[in-house]
Design a protein around this ligand. Structure first.
Ligand code: PLP
Length: 377
């Protein structure tokens, strides 16, 4: 007994024979603190509506009767419905052959890097951006290149083209709207980066549209036309209010969908997940109604923060980056002391708040108004 305790105490991760590049690293994760108002993880604040909960129960019960069997390995019905959703809302016709789904878009991105990245290969992202891109690169043994952005957090196209030409990466990430800044990317920028990436390698260009439903702009999906090395990745975690479901998907040329089959685990998407996602897709219109409310709340946060005297980055997402603080972490702590949890993403001078319910947003605005008074005092 005491021997076991001794062993538990003295052996740490770095004492294990793990891969060299993992030594000294920390896992991804926002602090999960038990405070009244949690606006730190870009979740949708609205629980799923009761009629949808009932439909999930029905669909899952049906799936449960067949759980002695492996699920549909190719998720045909789900991919068909996701393609229908994209065609309806994305401004570009997409069919099942263009769509692939996995457990969250993080898994989709991991499968893409397992297929197109890996040891001896590199990926580039324009930072600050979604930190999991770099972490998934590390996890798959893909070298990471941090590309530049402008002061206002838009992509500096010429510098980005030059970085792509210089490094000739195998995978290029473009996040639109970008996390944590909220910045959308213009179609012309993606086209220029795609052309630069094809001239340099050719490489795969992944447009991460996790937040696109909240954008003032249209999806970049129509860019798939005639660009076989372009991928658009999406998720049901944000607009569909289903972060707990773990369902992400991509749209691309059918050859890309065939390529990720080489690395996906067999039966990776459980029958329960497929049934739940199909139920949620039946309620698309109701869920997109909540998105409209959240967009209005996001715009209100931007306007009110500016009125209080904060700088705010233009946001096309369900969150807002605000600042500037001489010490962002201290400001984060002071907002937390007032019962509101926002996110310190490590962007010097800036914090990020997720749009919550009107009441949650009011609590946040009260907290930052007080903070501003304190700063001005
Ligand atoms: C830009 C971006 N992409 C992808 C994801 C991952 O989403 P999920 O794995 O829940 O689909 C997130 C989550 O916050 C994100 O911010």
């Amino acid at each position: 007994m005491s021997d076991t305790r001794d062993t538990n105490d003295t052996i740490g991760i770095d004492d294990l024979p793990i891969r060299e590049e993992l030594k000294g690293q920390s896992p991804y994760g926002a602090p999960q603190l038990d405070v009244p108002v949690q606006l730190n993880t870009n979740e949708n604040p609205y629980p799923l509506p009761e009629p949808l909960v009932a439909r999930i129960a029905e669909r899952v019960a049906e799936a449960a009767r067949g759980l002695n069997r492996y699920p549909d390995r190719d998720a045909v019905e789900l991919r068909t419905e996701l393609a229908r959703y994209l065609t309806r809302t994305g401004g570009h016709p997409v069919s099942r052959e263009n769509v692939w789904a996995a457990n969250g878009s993080n898994e989709v991105l991991q499968q893409l890097l397992q297929t197109f990245g890996g040891p001896g290969r590199t990926a580039i992202g324009f930072e600050p951006s979604y930190s999991m891109h770099a972490l998934i690169a590390r996890g798959t043994g893909t070298g990471w290149i941090s590309g530049p952005r402008n002061e206002d957090f838009t992509i500096d196209v010429e510098a980005a083209e030059a970085a792509v030409a210089e490094h000739a990466p195998d995978v290029v990430f473009v996040t639109s709207p970008n996390n944590p800044t909220g910045t959308a990317v213009e179609a012309e920028v993606v086209v220029r980066l795609y052309d630069a990436a094809q001239a340099a390698k050719p490489s795969l260009v992944v447009v991460d549209e996790a937040y696109v439903e909240f954008s003032h702009r249209d999806s970049l999906l129509p860019l798939l036309e005639g660009r076989p090395h372009l991928v658009v990745s999406r998720t049901m975690s944000k607009a569909f209010g289903a972060a707990g479901l773990r369902l992400g998907y991509l749209a691309a040329h059918p050859a890309v969908v065939d390529a990720v089959q080489l690395v996906r685990l067999p039966y990776h998407l459980s029958a329960v997940t497929q049934a739940t996602a199909l139920a949620a897709l039946e309620h698309t219109d109701t869920l997109l109604g909540y998105v409209e409310q959240l967009k209005a709340e996001r715009d209100r946060l931007v306007a009110e923060l500016r009125a209080v005297g904060y700088e705010v980055t233009e946001s096309d997402a369900n969150f807002v980056q605000f600042g500037r603080f001489p010490d962002a972490h201290q400001a984060w702590r002071k907002i937390l002391d007032r019962g509101v949890l926002v996110r310190d993403n490590g962007v010097p001078g800036w914090l990020r708040v997720t749009a919550g319910t009107p009441e949650e947003n009011d609590a946040f605005l009260d907290a930052v108004r007080e903070l501003k008074k304190e700063q001005n005092a």
